[in-house]
Design a protein around this ligand. Structure first.
Ligand code: LLP
Length: 438
């Protein structure tokens, strides 16, 4: 293993040089479930969940930690998050449906999204979910109508764009003014939305929400956003008597994918946010709101590992060596979409020193389907098992059937045991929705 490599959570290398996660040999997992395979270290997810909650508790702040389920959604992860006392952020009827089927308490479900449909909103209102994060005037109008028709009081947060530029990849920058999300805080839109919400009979305005971006390594953006939101709330308080019970600061806490990433501890983000809110609250004379957050990646990202079997290889003399795996952009689109980088090792030779630099190619018919460029690896051959780390967030949830590749299964591992939580898609599953012409 390269000396820069980092083993996350319970991952370890056993005396025979095999990678183990949650006390289970990855070689055994590959034999039992096949590859490609996503493996989740559930002890690490629980540790992260407890860490967030503990920080709020220690600092005496009322909070809800809502798991941003877009990072990885399935019934089992929702059940685990529920057991850990977390709330849930969903962004579609599909995520909401999955949560309800997993018996997630509706009152702890929050619904985000910039274009919720009438039927999605009706489902949310009917199920009396914890709150709807209203994104725009169209939605506000639609929700006023729906709640009126159903005569059902519904709690709402208004998503605002505080105009903060977070230092991250452009594609995942959402808190700046020119964004498809939320009401602008500077140009009066947010204020108008707040007044409309206060006037709406069945809408109960809980407070404000913002999300400034994803994979962020600095606390500055969160602090600025927190300050801006409280400052505005205080202004609206004196003008219109608006009292925010909740300030939701979104998710976006960065994690370590490779040695180039240097994240701060999750608790640090929370501590600094709380401090900023407290300071601004006492400066403006407001009452202290609850602080809600919505981490996705930082709860599940480094708990996930993808296992692949190495197949073909190709040497371009003097240029590079390609090693191909049995998955690719269909199970991890992040390298192709964001140029995301990952670390990996050969799970059955995990203690071997790297001898070669190779590039890992996916099996999709697309030149851009490269998983890792220039990866130091020990001598690898067909049949070896490649473990790619930190694929727990936006891996399975962004998986697709390009080239009609079936999506891999997901297993949870902990204390020497494994449990299948999503089965492998079969060829039969692939044609399940097809209608034959004959
Ligand atoms: N809350 C809201 C409103 C969001 O839009 C997001 C992410 C989150 C919370 C959770 O952010 P996290 O803690 O996971 O960074 N597919 C991209 C990431 C897109 C993030 C979209 N919104 C990726 O693979 O990097």
């Amino acid at each position: 293993m390269s000396r820069f490599m980092h083993l996350h959570g319970s991952a370890e290398i056993s005396h025979n040089g095999h990678l183990k996660i949650g006390g289970v040999s990855t070689i055994d997992l590959a034999k039992q479930y096949g590859t490609p395979l996503y493996v989740y270290d559930t002890a690490l997810i629980k540790e992260r969940a407890r860490g967030f909650r503990k920080t709020f508790k220690e600092l005496g702040v009322k909070a809800e930690v809502a798991y941003a389920s877009k990072a990885f959604s399935c019934m089992a992860i929702f059940q685990l998050m529920n057991e850990e006392g977390l709330s849930l952020d969903v962004v579609s009827g599909g995520e909401l449906y999955t949560a309800l089927k997993a018996d997630f308490p509706p009152e702890r479900i929050h619904f985000n999204g910039n274009n919720k449909s009438r039927s999605e909103l009706v489902l949310a209102v009917k199920e009396k979910i914890g709150c709807i994060v209203v994104d725009n005037f169209y939605e506000l109008q639609l929700l006023s109508e729906i709640t009126g028709e159903m005569k059902s009081k519904t709690k709402v947060l208004l998503r605002v764009t505080p105009g903060i530029e977070a230092h991250t990849h452009d594609y995942i920058l959402t808190g700046q003014e020119d964004s498809k999300f939320g009401f602008d805080l500077q140009n009066g839109q947010a204020e108008k939305a707040m007044k409309l919400s206060l006037e709406s009979e069945y809408i109960e305005l809980l407070g404000l929400h913002c999300h400034i971006g994803s994979q962020i390594f600095e606390t500055t953006g969160f602090i600025l956003a927190a300050r801006k939101m409280i400052e505005k709330a205080a202004e609206w308080n004196s003008l219109y008597g608006f009292v925010p019970e909740v300030i939701n600061l979104g998710g976006g806490f960065g994690i370590r994918y490779t040695q180039e990433d240097d994240p701060i501890a999750p608790s640090q983000y929370v501590k600094e946010m709380i401090l900023a809110v407290k300071e601004e609250v006492s400066r403006t004379g407001m009452s202290m709101p609850e602080i809600w957050i919505e981490p996705g990646r930082s709860l599940v990202g480094d708990a996930g590992t993808s296992l692949y079997t190495i197949g073909s290889s190709k040497e371009v003399p003097g240029v590079r060596k390609y090693l191909a795996i049995d998955g690719g952009m269909s199970d991890n689109i992040r390298p192709a979409l964001y140029r995301a980088k990952y670390e990996a090792l050969i799970a059955n030779k995990a203690d071997a020193e790297p001898e070669d630099t190779v590039s890992i190619a996916g099996k999709c018919c697309e030149s851009g389907d490269m998983l890792i460029w220039d990866l130091p690896l020990p001598d690898a051959e067909a049949g070896d098992l490649l473990a790619v780390f930190c694929t727990g967030a936006y891996g399975y949830s962004m998986a697709n059937n390009y080239n009609r590749l079936p999506r891999p299964p997901v297993v949870f591992v902990e204390n020497g045991k494994s449990k299948l939580v999503i089965r492998r898609e079969t060829y039969r599953d692939l044609i399940k929705l097809d209608e034959s012409l004959t």
